[in-house]
Design a protein around this ligand. Structure first.
Ligand code: FMN
Length: 169
């Protein structure tokens, strides 16, 4: 009987990884065995009884590694609970959150078999001075102010509720 929970993530600039680490830490505090892995490196879900998958939105889409993860593990995910989160908005305005949710929902709708126990949008982080290639080549993006609207209390609260959503308690 698999007994641990996988927290899988993808990231380009690191902020989603830090959120995944916080979710993993919160679940560990509840006494659960947690495996934290980049989504791209996960070969099998056999060892896990539930999965948390998180990735950022870039250019109107959820990151490709997360979408590939869903395709690759379709069979296993049809039989295990999965919780999904995306980072996106970098300003605390309602419209950015509504737009981000629409982007995530649109990408997830392609996986007609997928039934997450929860999907969530978290505010993200943007640091133009540290953009990686090719994002450092987009003049309009480089002029944006740095921001970090990750709400750590909300992230911890969300993570604390996962065991109930996964029906592990
Ligand atoms: C080039 C670029 C494009 C982005 N596109 C979107 C987008 O389409 N929708 C959105 O909600 N957020 C978008 N974001 C915001 C990112 O999702 C946010 O900065 C996130 O925290 C980045 O995650 P990471 O640090 O794990 O790579 C974009 C950010 C950059 C730098």
């Amino acid at each position: 009987m698999p007994d641990s929970i996988l927290v899988a993530f993808s990231t380009i600039h690191g902020s989603t990884q830090e959120v995944a680490e916080q979710i993993a830490a919160t679940l560990r505090e509840q006494g659960l065995a947690i495996d934290l892995q980049p989504a791209k490196q996960v070969r099998s879900l056999d060892a896990y009884r539930a999965v948390v998958l998180g990735a950022p939105l870039y250019m109107f889409h959820w990151h490709k590694d997360a979408l590939d993860f869903l395709s690759r593990h379709r069979k296993a995910l049809a039989q295990k609970p999965i919780a999904i989160f995306a980072l996106g908005p970098v300003n605390s305005v309602e419209k950015e959150f509504t737009d981000a949710r629409a982007m995530l929902d649109k990408d997830l709708a392609k996986f007609t078999w997928l039934a997450p126990v929860v999907t969530e949008i978290f505010g993200g982080k943007m640091e133009p001075a540290k953009f990686r290639f090719p994002y450092n080549l987009i003049p309009a993006m480089n002029k944006l102010p740095a921001s970090d609207i990750r709400d750590w209390a909300a992230i911890r609260t969300w993570a604390s509720g996962l065991t109930t959503k996964f029906q592990l308690v």
